[in-house]
Design a protein around this ligand. Structure first.
Ligand code: NAD
Ligand code: UDP
Length: 334
């Protein structure tokens, strides 16, 4: 059985589906600070199996120890954490407490229970503004926010743990830009308030709940002047987790891999693809560059391709189509 922390959130819920599809049993722990327990019912439908849910915080080691005692857990996928870059500059201590301390408490409980297999959600933000493209895993750390630094600190802690106790099996997965939703339209990203990220914002403009997309920067040294990112379908990302877990179980070790497609798309390309997917016009307004943004980056995913025998297979059009289906479903049910 796999423990999925943060499993009612955006990425964790999709990983739960991928795990169940791969025949794994799972239990979810989440404190619901950025998600809703209603996801569990939808997960049960999608997984066609029982999905156990425990509401709680990963910083509560007593609770984690109790969960490990009461379930036959062999590995943990650790998604729980705070993820808003801007917010992290305003409340850095909360970010370090939730992300770094949360991971330490999880490790303490895992160690106590002798569970030593962990798949960790890291981020391409650990690379900052990269000197060369595409980004390979040996690019140096250069985080530009407390959020990014929290991921670097955790990665370093995990490396130190593995050096001290090589029987741990740890994957540090560096995600590029996860977007999209499960193709059923039953689960997806549901950001509270005004979305920070491009794809959910574009979806809300297509729906008519926002007027226009503010394009942050039209003078970048990119092919159309707008920022370029490596968008990856959330189900590809989820399947990458199952591949990483399989790899750890067979080969052990400390695994550090990029999860991306290797292809960059500009803001305007995303908007155009979404117009096609939704068959609706999406007005855009040129806006100043967003503080802290870099012009462009994309992954070199070849390590994940060869080592994990995993490759992102869904294209930008599918990412937009699945986001749109989810957005329409949410609008119907709200
Ligand atoms: P999310 O906010 O949708 O999911 C995180 C979940 O963790 C939420 O359900 C939240 O309620 C829960 N949570 C937060 N703190 C917790 C705590 N202390 N104890 C228990 N539960 C807690 O975010 P997401 O997009 O699914 O991201 C999951 C992980 O992936 C995060 O660690 C994030 O930093 C990382 N990541 C996300 C992205 C992205 O673009 N979504 C990119 C790179 C890395
Ligand atoms: N972006 C934009 N308008 C928005 C949100 C984002 O133009 O409302 C741009 C942003 O400047 C970047 C790209 O879209 O070039 C992806 O931004 P997102 O926040 O989704 O991801 P991140 O910047 O974290 O990679």
């Amino acid at each position: 059985m796999i423990l999925v922390t943060g499993g009612t959130g955006y990425l964790g819920s999709h990983a739960a589906v991928a795990l169940a599809t791969a025949g794994r049993e799972l239990v979810i722990v989440d404190n619901l600070c950025n998600s809703s327990a209603s996801v569990i019912g939808r997960l049960k439908r999608l997984c066609a199996c029982d999905v156990q849910f425990i509401q709680g915080d990963v910083r509560d080691t007593a609770l984690l120890s109790e969960i490990f005692l009461g379930h036959d857990i062999s590995a943990v996928m650790h998604f729980a954490g705070l993820k808003a870059v801007g917010e992290s500059t305003e409340m850095p201590v909360d970010y370090f407490d939730n992300n770094v301390n949360g991971t330490i408490q999880l490790l303490v409980a895992m160690r106590r229970a002798k569970i030593k297999t962990l798949v960790f959600s890291s981020s391409a933000t650990v690379y900052g503004d990269p000197a060369t493209l595409p980004i390979t895993e040996d690019c140096p750390f250069a985080p530009t926010s407390p959020y990014g630094r929290s991921k670097v600190f955790i990665e370093e802690i995990l490396a130190d743990l593995h050096r001290a106790e090589p029987d741990w099996r740890i994957a540090r997965l560096r995600y590029f830009n996860p977007v999209g939703a499960h193709e059923s339209g039953l689960i997806g990203e549901d950001p509270a308030g005004i979305p920070n990220n491009l794809m959910p914002y574009v979806a809300q403009v297509a729906l008519g709940s926002r007027n226009a997309v503010n394009v942050f920067g039209t003078d970048y040294p990119t092919r159309d002047g707008t920022g370029v990112r490596d968008y990856i379908h959330v189900m590809d990302l989820a399947e990458g987790h199952v591949a990483a877990l399989d790899h750890l179980e067979q080969a052990g070790g400390l695994l550090t891999v990029n999860l991306g497609t290797g292809q960059g798309h500009s803001v305007l390309e995303v908007v155009k693809a979404f117009e096609r997917a939704s068959n609706r016009p999406i007005p855009c307004l040129a806006a100043p560059r967003r503080k802290g943004d870099v012009a462009q980056y994309w992954a070199d995913p070849s390590l994940a391709n060869t080592l994990l025998h995993w490759q992102a297979g869904r294209n930008l059009q599918q990412m937009c189509a699945d986001t749109w289906r989810w957005q329409l479903n949410m609008a119907d049910t709200s």
